[in-house]
Ligand binder design. Sequence first.
Ligand code: COA
Length: 261
Amino acid sequence: MAEQKIILSETKDGILYLTISREPKLNALNFNTLEELKNIFNEVNDNKSIRGVIITGAGEKAFVAGADINEISELNELNARKFAEFGQEVFEIVESCHKPVIAVVNGYALGGGCELAIACHMRIATTNAKFGQPEVNLGIIPGYGGTQRLTHLIGRTKATEILMTGDMLDVNEAQALGLLNHIEPNKEAAIAKAEEILKKIMSKAPLSIGMIVDCVNAVYASDENGYQIEANSFARCVKSEDYREGTKAFLEKRKPNFKGE
Ligand code: COA
């Protein structure tokens, strides 16, 4: 019998909807879930019919309440390193996806859940969402890139406090720190907001969107020269059909018809 999938996926009108569905365990991420996520995102870049991704958690209580503590409780030094490196690899694939990825954070986003949310390009939270990195309560630290991304996103001062105390932030605190794009009253409204943003982005030149991902990510990569990547990407844009179409359409006072070529 085929193994049951933990991530439910559905594509509609160019948007891939992913739901982490392990509701009795508050959608905690186990190894299989991470592997599914990796396989899905490896396909997303190549699939022209997918123009954007929304990730959410099943139910109303949690986005993802962390990596699976049952798995964490059995690690040794060697496989702990591999555990962290694999999670980092998967979230890096999410972050570098050339299609916009929005996390709809519908409740607890803790530990690996917070790390997943901040690896996405944008975050829309419901009013009951809570963010935190409670790993210090378990005698560990974040291992899926959280110490790095959180610090990049909100700065060293508050990131250090959140990482060291394990405290949870409510949506107003998360918004004040710049973690959120929008707050919506419930999951339905948050998904509608994500769809509104993705539809707007889908009307733009797809190659430009992918290059914006590369350039923005380069800000955070210590071994990259972001300005050079921007200049190279800009030059690659002008080789595209969409560049000709976009500039021509403006001059002809009509809407561009982008093809992603
Ligand atoms: N890994 C594995 N199981 C988890 C989990 C995780 N990260 N988070 C929650 N669960 C499980 C609980 O063990 C419980 O399972 P059970 O019903 O079989 O006992 C179920 O999900 C519901 O969680 P529960 O703790 O009963 O819900 P709550 O409303 O009382 O508390 C939280 C919610 C999120 C505050 C609490 O579950 C929690 O602190 N989770 C761990 C968060 C964490 O440390 N994440 C980082 C991991 S690195």
